[in-house]
Design a binder for this molecule. Structure first.
Ligand code: HEC
Length: 110
């Protein structure tokens, strides 16, 4: 019984180690995804459709969008005039582009 628990624990630990590098957001990849899928409306962190809903830190904070989770959620499901990307991007790509947006916002898109 105890042996089984130890093996289970080892498997869980191994699993975590295998999974985490893949899930870690890759902002280089995010740069490319952004230029293909987002820059059309959000060039340099702007918003050409709804100016107030831009990707600068001030707006992200005001609209509760200043986290990878919140950005990933709007990208996945869309909102009003922004379409959903869940059929076009993988979960990993959405994580990457969300991390990129947040990183750029922290650097004020410079
Ligand atoms: C067709 C134009 C368009 C494209 C392409 C687009 N967006 Fe948007 N985006 C919008 C609009 C419009 C809103 C405002 C939605 C609302 O709240 O009504 C928005 C809002 C956002 C917000 C919230 C900003 C805030 O201050 O509240 C984020 C984050 C965002 N978009 C990220 C992305 C990312 C990342 C992509 C690419 C995967 C993308 N958008 C592609 C039009 C677009």
């Amino acid at each position: 019984m105890k042996k089984h628990l130890i093996i289970l624990l080892i498997l869980i630990l191994l699993n975590v180690n295998f999974i985490s590098p893949a899930l870690a957001a890759d902002t280089v990849n995010g740069t490319q995804i952004f230029s293909v899928h987002c820059a059309g409306c959000h060039i340099n962190g702007s918003n050409i459709i709804r100016r107030g809903k831009n990707l600068k830190m001030k707006a992200l904070k005001k609209n509760n969008m200043d986290s990878i989770e919140a950005i990933a959620s709007i990208v996945t499901n869309g909102k009003n005039n922004m379409s959903a990307y869940k059929d076009r991007l993988t979960e990993q790509q959405i994580q990457d582009v969300a991390a990129y947006v947040l990183e750029q916002a922290e650097k004020d898109w410079r």
